[in-house]
Design a protein around this ligand. Structure first.
Ligand code: SIN
Length: 305
């Protein structure tokens, strides 16, 4: 019987669509709505040690084929988040807690605290491209990624995922660093560093000047990154970047992803995007003789034909 259920590092998902960090995931109540809409799992907003208001506005620019954001990691702080996780768990789908920090020790401490809150996995944000001292600044070399993962892994009792930046010449090397450091899975990709300029004003639109591009425009970059990572590591990969349909998700899965995350399409398509993506994937599987998602993982690689 054809089905969409997947297991990633022992976490059971009824389908492979996961809400990506950063949208509708700051409160337990909004996460329950996403679960009701059909997401197979949910990643929380990235949270840090202290409450942060993020960058000044304008912090988002709408483009033809995506969004450019420089939110600056606004979040309520980890201590506030225990109740939100407790509430979110009522949605009945796995919750993945995302954390960011300014040093390896800080991230490791946050990962441990998030793990104690009862999440099903922890995702390390080693890839936000626009928050000074955080995100990609701790994830830009394989050595840094390895050290952060190793430190964080010691304190968590659940699977640990590393979310990597595409703003590098070799994302597969970063993934190898994560695997060496003991990460259980890779999440690829975060946003692509970009800028938009308002010609009349002769200045960048974002107050932070530089932001991260998400949405359909970056899907080919994400698919290429997942393809390269799949050839370099053995741990599972979760693909993210520009997915708005079942066929988009299948590109990531055939490149090597075991599941996918959806973020910007929640803004552009609405919450229905989760059930729509799942339905379209299932239809393709029935029509093309695939019984399960794992049967399709990595089939775009020549040696998996
Ligand atoms: C943000 O909340 O600032 C975006 C998060 C990210 O780019 O990782």
């Amino acid at each position: 019987m054809t089905h969409l259920a997947v297991d990633i590092c022992g976490i059971h998902l009824k389908n492979p669509t996961i809400l990506a960090a950063g949208i509708l995931d700051e409160t337990g109540k909004s996460m329950i709505e996403v679960a009701k809409a059909g997401a197979g799992a949910i990643v929380t907003k990235s949270v840090g040690r202290e409450p942060r208001s993020g960058h000044p506005t304008p912090s988002i620019v709408e483009l033809h084929d995506g969004l450019l954001n420089a939110m600056g990691l606004p979040n309520p702080g980890i201590d506030y988040f225990a109740d939100e996780i407790k509430e979110a768990k009522k949605g009945g789908v796995p919750i993945i807690g995302s954390v960011f920090g300014g040093t390896e020790d800080e991230i490791a401490g946050l990962a441990a605290q998030m793990s104690r809150y009862g999440v099903d996995a922890v995702e390390l944000n080693l890839s936000c491209p626009h928050a000074k001292g955080y995100g990609a600044e701790l994830g830009s070399t394989p050595e840094m990624v390895e050290v952060v993962c190793r430190r964080s892994k010691k304190g968590v009792s659940v699977p640990l995922f590393a979310k990597l930046t595409p703003n590098t010449s070799d994302i597969a090397a970063l993934a190898v660093g994560a695997e060496r450091g003991g990460a259980d899975g890779i999440v690829a990709i975060n946003t692509v560093k970009g800028m938009a300029i308002q010609p009349e004003a002769r200045m960048p639109i974002l107050a932070n000047r530089i932001g991260g591009l998400s949405g359909p425009a970056i899907r080919p970059i994400g698919v290429r990154c997942v393809y390269e990572i799949f050839e370099a590591v053995k741990i599972p990969i979760i693909g993210v970047g520009g997915i708005t349909s079942g066929m988009d998700a299948l590109e990531y899965i055939m490149a090597g992803a075991s599941a996918v995350q959806i973020g910007t399409a929640v803004w552009s398509e609405g919450l229905e995007v989760f059930s729509k993506t799942s339905k379209e994937m299932l239809r393709f599987m029935v029509e093309n003789g695939f019984e399960s998602v794992p049967d399709m993982v990595g089939v775009a690689h020549p040696d998996r034909h």
